[in-house]
Write a protein that binds this ligand. Structure first.
Ligand SMILES: O=P(O)(O)OC[C@H]1O[C@](O)(COP(=O)(O)O)[C@@H](O)[C@@H]1O
Ligand SMILES: [Mg+2]
Ligand SMILES: [Mg+2]
Length: 337
C-alpha cells in the first residue's frame, strides 16, 4: 500500500515551502477538517437522530426555509472558528450579519472565514450528496480590533485559501491556497483525511452540462442557444449529457473530476442570480481557476467582482475551459444581435 499522507502531514509539508509562514492558515485548515469530520458524522447518521432531518422552522435572510442540518453545521463550524484564535470574524449563509468574535484571543486573529455550512439543503432529506463551502481572507482591519464589514467584502482575488467538503459516498475535502488543488478523502477507520487526489486538474473539455432546465424559459437567448448546442449531436456522434444533482458542491466536484460545465444564470425570477458571491461562487471560482477551469457571472470573471453586500447573489458559470469559452461565445453572439 502506498504511503498514506494525511491532511495535517500535507499542510505541514506545504507550510515548509513558505519560509516565514507562521502556521496560522495551517491551523485554520486543520480546524476546518475537524468541524467537517463532526458534520460528516452527523450527516451519515442523520436519519437515526431525530433532531437533524427536516426543516428547522425558521426562514434565513435569503428567504429560504432553514433545514435543521443547516443550523447544526453552522453552529459546529462557528464553534470551531471562534475557538481557533486565528479567526477574528466570520460570515455564513445562515446568519443575517457577519460575526466579529469578541474574545481578545480571537480579535488578535489575522484571518476571516466566509462559508456556506450546508450546501444542497434541498437534498438533505433525500440522502443526496451535500457539502460545505469555505473562503478564507486576511483581515484588512487592524489586529486586536473587532472584524469589520470591510474585512468581509473583499474581491475573490484576495482569497488566501478556499475549498469545499463533499458529504457524498465518501467525505472529501478539496482546497487550494493558490498553489494548485488537492483532494483528501476521510478514512473513517482512522478518522483522518488522507491525500487521494493530488494536484487536481479540471479536464479542458467534457461531455456534461449541469443546469436546472426548469428555468430555461426565464433565461436570456444566449443560454438557450448554449443548451441547444449541448443537446445537438457532437463530433463524436452523441449530444452532451445533462446531469444536475441540485447540490452545487456535488455538481462542481463531478465536473472537476470528469470535465463539464455548471450554469446557474440570472433569471427573470432571480434577476440577481440565486447563488451567493462570497461563500459559494468566489471559493469555487478560486478552485476552478487553480485547476485550469474558468468561472464567470456570464460577463465578468467572478473573482474580479467587487462585493457590495454580505449575501450578494450573482449568475454563475463554471467549468472546463473549452466549454466555458463556447458558452461565453453563445452569450456574446446573442447579446450582439
Ligand atoms: O433548486 P435549484 O433552484 O435548482 O437550486 C439548486 C442550487 O441551490 C443550492 O442548493 C443553494 O445552496 P444552499 O443549499 O446552500 O442554499 C445549490 O447547492 C444548488 O446548486
Ligand atoms: Mg449553497
Ligand atoms: Mg447552504
Amino acid at each position: 500500500m502506498s504511503h498514506i499522507i494525511t491532511l495535517s502531514d500535507f499542510i505541514m509539508e506545504r507550510q515548509a515551502e513558505f519560509p516565514g509562514s507562521s502556521g496560522e492558515l495551517s491551523r485554520i485548515l486543520n480546524d476546518i477538517s475537524v468541524a467537517s469530520k463532526i458534520v460528516s458524522r452527523d450527516v451519515r447518521r442523520a436519519g437515526l437522530v431525530d433532531h437533524i432531518l427536516g426543516a428547522q422552522g425558521d426562514v434565513n435572510i435569503q428567504g429560504e426555509e432553514q433545514q435543521k442540518l443547516d443550523v447544526v453545521a453552522d453552529t459546529q463550524f462557528i464553534k470551531v472558528f471562534e475557538s481557533s484564535g486565528e479567526i477574528c470574524g466570520i460570515a455564513s449563509e445562515e446568519n443575517d450579519d457577519f460575526l466579529a468574535f469578541t474574545s481578545e484571543r480571537a480579535k488578535s486573529g489575522k484571518y476571516i472565514v466566509l462559508f456556506d455550512p450546508l450546501d444542497g439543503s434541498s437534498n438533505i432529506d433525500c440522502n443526496v450528496s451535500i457539502g460545505t463551502i469555505f473562503s478564507i481572507y486576511r483581515r484588512i482591519s487592524e489586529k486586536g480590533t473587532p472584524a469589520t464589514l470591510e474585512d468581509m467584502l473583499q474581491k475573490g482575488t484576495q482569497q488566501v485559501a478556499a475549498g469545499y467538503v463533499l458529504y457524498g459516498s465518501s467525505t472529501m475535502l478539496v482546497y487550494t491556497t493558490g498553489h494548485g488543488v488537492n483532494g483528501f478523502t476521510l478514512d473513517p477507520s482512522i478518522g483522518e483525511f488522507c491525500l487521494s487526489h493530488p494536484n487536481m486538474r479540471m479536464p479542458e473539455t467534457g461531455r456534461i452540462y449541469a443546469m436546472n432546465e426548469g428555468n430555461i424559459h426565464e433565461c436570456e437567448q444566449g443560454i438557450r442557444d448554449y443548451v441547444a448546442f449541448c443537446q445537438e449531436v457532437q463530433e463524436d456522434g452523441r449530444p452532451y449529457s445533462g446531469r444536475y444533482i441540485g447540490s452545487l458542491v456535488a455538481d462542481f466536484h463531478r465536473n472537476l473530476i470528469k470535465g463539464g460545465i455548471y450554469i446557474y444564470p440570472v433569471t427573470n425570477q432571480s434577476p440577481q442570480g440565486k447563488l451567493r458571491l462570497l461563500y459559494e461562487c468566489n471559493p469555487l471560482a478560486f478552485v476552478a481557476e487553480q485547476a485550469g477551469g474558468m468561472a464567470t457571472n456570464g460577463t465578468d470573471r467572478v473573482l474580479d467582482i467587487q462585493p457590495r453586500q454580505l449575501h450578494q447573489r450573482c449568475g454563475f458559470f463554471t467549468g472546463s475551459k473549452q466549454m466555458m469559452e463556447k458558452a461565453i461565445d453563445c452569450l456574446e453572439k446573442a447579446r450582439a444581435k
